[in-house]
Design a protein around this ligand. Sequence first.
Ligand code: GLU
Length: 303
Amino acid sequence: MADLPTLLRNLNTTMRADDNWGTPANYIPELAGINPAQFAITVITADGAVYSAGDCDTRFSVQSITKVFTLAIALGRSGDQLWSRVGREPSGSAFNSIVQLEREQGRPRNPFINAGAIVTTDEVLAGRAPRDALAEIVQFIRTAAGSEDIHINEAVAASETQHGHRNFALAHFLASFDSLKNPPDMTLGTYFHHCALEMTTTQLAQSGRFLMGAANMPKLISTARVRRLNALMLTCGHYDGSGDFAYRVGIPGKSGVGGGILAIVPGKASIAVWSPGLNRYGNSHKGTEALATLARQMNWSIF
Ligand code: GLU
């Protein structure tokens, strides 16, 4: 096997040598002010070894990456019933697009675009107080990561609530089709809060270990479900950049507008990268570049 510590060290140097950092998400003011010139990567291999480079102790807003965990919880609670409410096809539209939702009568294309994630959160909420649903989500992630030191950043949640006009529009539009079981603002409050969870790349890579499907990794869901989550991450995990990511990187991944990406090499590794500047699809610019390079160097591809 190639020497991972050296590869990661070199990757960190190469990423920092180029000034094109992309632009942090600006529709959540609390994220807009972040210095884009930051980069971190952590790789955990199937033997449990942890390799990191860059700002791997800096916490960042994991945002949409939490959609993977809420989906695992929703499937655990309601099984395949969830699929009557959400599809499993790539959307070919932006993460916050509303047009498709009208054409398809309030059934979002997949659980990773915002509309689909709002429905998934609605399923996790299931008539409980948001506090209780959030406690379950946070606990699931802490258990996956093996760390209790993972928290919600209330300022980020508040910032998104104040400026989340698109998501309010999506939630109320879903409600107009009777696609939500809970009051839209309650579902949305829960959604904004789980998106505002913060982790380091080390914690995020730890939290992704159960998706490796490897023998000594935490087993939080069935093997069949691990495969299905990975399939959805590959086909839908990068919004309308999913095809490009599959082509260039060749492994399942889920991005967030905070600039993080969780990527899984089935049976081999859980990888977290973070760099807050985004590309035109709203995915981390340097994070995507770094994963493409690493996957090539390690000969990591599911194909
Ligand atoms: N909380 C963000 C939103 O709903 C998540 C989007 C993302 O991370 O891609 O807009």
